[in-house]
Design a binder for this molecule. Structure first.
Ligand SMILES: C[S@@+](CC[C@H](N)C(=O)[O-])C[C@H]1O[C@@H](n2cnc3c(N)ncnc32)[C@H](O)[C@@H]1O
Length: 340
């Protein structure tokens, strides 16, 4: 592996544009997910509706995204089963959701929760509205069972409201705004709720993350939270990773506030959750991702840079915590189960 020489990228972050750069990370994530879907790593019939220019990502990136998407889908499925599905009142809240397509995937499979709420910066929710409005397929999935339900897609305000899905602009750094957005979305604070923070907290500073997680733990009576994020900022590979992102003007304060698996566990406990587990993505890929899917996808593209693969995967982790009734969020609802 090459030696890394990393200048301090924080000095080159252009102040005013930081939010715009953070929003731009969603474009990257979506393009990478489309790259995977196109190659057959996983099925996503909707992600192409959000991307203007397709780019084929290198095999290592595709495999990393496969692990991330597969693990999150397994966790959602585990929760939905434990919570009795949409008819059991299950609710999903995705914060910093970007152009994620999980709602449309679940809705098409008739496996959607009672309510699916997404929050992101207004710029991102406005562009999501634009793509939804242009797509009869997405609009159709927002409509009610008999296609009669009213779905309002307002590009100007960046909001979508429908019987089972709500998209709203919000700033995750401001707990009062997040709570107000959840109120507008008519979140049910007593319903079993799965909260997803997929590659979001790295962009928030430590206090903002603590305030956000504490708000969630204090607001939802029975919930589990799943966090996918970067770790390991201090070794040469982590420094390079941070430099690559921050030199584009996108600060990553979160990775410094919560640099290791232990700090993620502590964060969850401090904010009012019981920590269910923290695994780096190497562990997730090796032990928790469905093994048949793993074997199938390993045949799609050859990967020979194993040392770098191990390094990348060790710099991301999944952590999860619970709050509320142990019968619902006990072992049955553990987001990840060991695969044998
Ligand atoms: C790397 S993208 C991830 C998007 C999506 N969760 C995924 O994994 O595909 C990070 C997302 O977090 C959102 N985000 C970051 N900070 C935010 C904040 N303070 N308020 C609202 N959204 C934020 C960004 O706008 C962006 O959509």
């Amino acid at each position: 592996m090459a030696a890394f020489r990393v200048p301090d990228a924080r000095r080159s972050v252009p102040g005013g544009n930081a939010d715009r750069c953070v929003q731009g990370t969603n474009d990257d994530a979506t393009v990478s997910k489309l790259s995977c879907a196109t190659l057959g790593y996983f099925q996503d019939d909707f992600v192409h509706l959000f991307v203007r220019r397709r780019t084929r990502r290198p095999p290592m990136i595709n495999r990393g995204y496969f692990a991330r998407v597969q693990a999150i889908r397994q966790a959602i499925q585990g929760f939905m089963e434990a919570a009795g599905g949409g008819s059991g009142g299950a609710q999903i809240v995705s914060l910093g959701s970007g152009w994620d397509t999980n709602f449309f995937r679940l809705r098409e499979a008739k496996a959607e929760p009672k309510l699916y709420i997404e929050l992101d910066h207004k710029e991102v929710t406005c562009s999501k509205c634009r793509s939804v409005k242009k797509s009869p397929a997405l609009c159709g999935l927002l409509a009610g069972e008999d296609q009669s339900g009213e779905a309002k897609v307002d590009v100007e305000s960046g909001t979508i409201s429908s019987a089972k899905y709500a998209l709203l602009p919000s700033d995750l750094r401001d707990p009062a705004k997040v709570k107000a957005s959840l109120d507008v979305a008519q979140a049910d604070y007593e319903a079993p709720t799965f909260i997803l923070l997929e590659c979001v907290l790295a962009y928030l500073d430590g206090d903002a993350t603590r305030n956000l997680l504490s708000l969630l733990a204090n607001t939802f009576e029975r919930c589990c939270v799943l966090i996918y994020d970067m770790i390991g900022p201090d070794d040469p590979f982590g420094q390079q990773l941070i430099y690559n992102v921050e030199s584009r003007g996108c600060p990553l304060p979160g990775i410094r506030s919560f640099p290791a698996k232990e700090s993620h566990a502590k964060l969850l406990e401090e904010c009012g959750f019981t920590c269910g587990g923290v695994h780096d993505m190497l562990e997730v890929y090796g032990k928790y991702v469905n093994q048949d899917e793993r074997k199938r996808t390993e045949r799609i593209e050859f990967l020979d840079e194993l040392e770098e693969w191990h390094l990348i995967m060790a710099h991301y982790c999944l952590s999860y915590g619970f709050k509320g009734s142990p019968d619902l969020f006990g072992t049955r609802a553990m987001p990840l189960k060991l695969q044998t």
